[in-house]
Design a protein around this ligand. Structure first.
Ligand SMILES: Cc1cc2nc3c(=O)[nH]c(=O)nc-3n(C[C@H](O)[C@H](O)[C@H](O)COP(=O)(O)OP(=O)(O)OC[C@H]3O[C@@H](n4cnc5c(N)ncnc54)[C@H](O)[C@@H]3O)c2cc1C
Length: 478
């Protein structure tokens, strides 16, 4: 019997647990750990609070199982949406219901093989007799032969220029998905969002739909918002794919040429982005380090607004709100954020003109996206694992180093045989790994890998494996 602990009960962790039960069945026992009860099986994206908000991937591409591509559509047809079509963008909450249904069906087929624990894992070490020991924030300890980290995205970094007093002020909302964020905002309060991604759009319209009337400012360096979907079009790539090692300029030129060909054929550029997406992991992995740096420095913002698109009707609504002045779109660089009584004063410089502008916020919501500098991360588990040498930062300090399989790379550069990551944590290695189509591939491949290696990983073989590792880890408490 092999014991697997999956830390993080969002989509990545839930699907990994399901796939492990399917692949290893009677010979595995899985413990799924989640610190926030309401996020179990749903994670941040599909939890109940977001009931009005839509998926940004069409229903036809949201099946949990690559081998059953219509599974989500069939679930919709059998239940809440008998007339759903593949291009529908349905509610995220509904998708959470689907994941939960499929998860419970898997448990029923594999009784007593899975347990769910509530709590936060804050540390990990090794023990000769018990494999890995996982420490909880309330001092509980569990053991496992294999550990999968499915921790999701890191919280955003604090905004540059934020005064230490402003950081502690109740007007500052550092984590946009924090429970009860919108409930704190009164209808006439002035709200400023910093960051213009899909999270901002979600929260902005949730506020508007709840009857908010106060001033809303959306502030970002570029002033650019994500572009709309154009669903129902398919494009087959025409030119031969560029070959490795990849240069950012060549790749972008290649994509633009494809987009021009598509447009000449009456197909929107969005279909080209969809056709390109399956190649992005290979491109990223085949880019020399300096090209990755070049992409992050110069191309990332434009890439993101083309890649992470929003439903057409939401995009139109946003454009109308900005045109009518009900939402102010301010392209500016923040210089300083200070406390001004019960509000925050945001001093910034307008893009282009350089004009100094002050904006006041009763609520300032940080929507700048996940922290991209791993050195500033304050997730206790990762900090502990770094100190213990189980993980190391990737060379660009975007996050932790993993193999393409998800295996963690330790401080000495060696890939682990029994510690893995899945989902957004793998971004430094894979780049394209945060949406359902990539997560379902990763979860399946990881479960297959663990199934194949099971005989060596089982508790019985542990002492031999540990004997080889003892030299490497002086901290083992024998
Ligand atoms: C608002 C939003 C909308 C999205 N919409 C779509 C979409 O329409 N289509 C799509 O394909 N993708 C979408 N995504 C991408 C989304 O990230 C993935 O689809 C997927 O939900 C990621 O799941 P995850 O489990 O990796 O991360 P998360 O959902 O973040 O789950 C990670 C879980 O781990 C838990 N956790 C973290 N650390 C610990 C610890 N130490 N101990 C215990 N528990 C811990 C957290 O509490 C959390 O519940 C969206 C993302 C967001 C944020």
């Amino acid at each position: 019997m092999i014991k697997v602990a999956v830390i993080g009960g969002g989509l990545s962790g839930t699907l990994t647990a399901m796939r492990l039960l399917e692949h290893i069945g009677e010979r595995v026992s899985v413990t799924l750990v989640e610190r926030k009860t309401r996020q179990l099986q749903r994670g941040v994206a599909y939890s109940a609070r977001l009931s009005q908000q839509l998926l940004n991937v069409p229903a036809g591409n949201m099946s949990l199982f690559a081998e059953k591509p219509n599974d989500f559509l069939e679930w919709l047809h059998a239940g809440p949406m008998p007339a759903a079509v593949p291009s529908d963008l349905v509610s995220r909450n509904l998708f959470g219901d689907y994941v939960s249904d499929r998860f419970h069906a898997t448990i029923e087929q594999n009784p007593r093989r899975l347990s769910v624990l509530h709590g936060e894992v804050v540390g990990l070490d090794q023990h000769p007799a018990h494999g890995y020991r996982l420490r909880f924030d309330d001092d509980r300890i569990i053991t496992a032969d294999v550990v999968v980290l499915a921790l999701g995205n890191a919280p955003p970094a604090h905004i540059k220029g934020l005064d230490p007093n402003a950081r502690k002020h109740p007007a500052y909302i550092p984590w946009p998905w924090q429970e009860g964020v919108l409930g704190r905002i009164q209808p006439d309060d002035d709200v400023v969002f910093i960051g213009m991604g899909l999270t901002m759009v979600d929260l902005l319209f949730s506020l508007k739909d709840a009857g908010h009337r106060g001033a809303i400012t959306v502030l970002s360096r570029s002033g650019r918002v994500s572009l709309p979907h154009a669903l129902g079009h398919v494009w087959t790539l025409r030119q031969p794919l560029p070959s490795a090692p990849y240069a950012v300029a060549d790749l972008l030129r290649w994509v633009r040429t494809e987009a021009r060909s598509a447009q000449e054929a009456g197909v929107p550029w969005q279909a080209v982005m969809d056709a390109v997406k399956p190649h992005v992991q290979d491109w990223w992995m085949g880019m020399p380090l300096e090209e990755r740096q070049r992409f992050l420095r110069n191309a990332r913002p434009l890439w993101e607004i083309h890649r992470h698109r929003m439903p057409t009707q939401v995009h139109q609504r946003l454009q109308q709100a900005m045109a009518s002045g009900s939402v102010r779109n301010l392209a500016a660089r923040v210089a300083k954020i200070t406390v001004d009584d019960d509000r925050l004063r945001i001093a910034c410089r307008e893009r282009g003109s350089g004009k100094a502008i002050d904006v006041w916020a009763k609520h300032l919501i940080n929507c700048t996206g996940p922290q991209t500098d791993a050195r500033r991360l304050d997730q206790p588990l990762l900090v502990d694992m770094l100190a213990m040498g189980f993980v190391s930062w990737d060379p660009l300090h975007m996050g932790i180093r993993t193999e393409p399989s998800g295996a963690l790379v330790d401080a000495s550069g060696r890939a682990s045989e029994n510690l893995f990551a899945i989902g957004p944590l793998c971004k430094p290695t894979l780049w394209e790994c945060t949406a359902v189509p990539e997560i379902r591939r990763q979860a399946n491949a990881l479960a297959e890998l663990i199934a194949v290696r099971r005989p060596q990983l089982q508790s019985k073989g542990w002492r031999q494996v540990l004997a080889q590792l003892t030299d490497r880890f002086a901290f083992i408490d024998a």
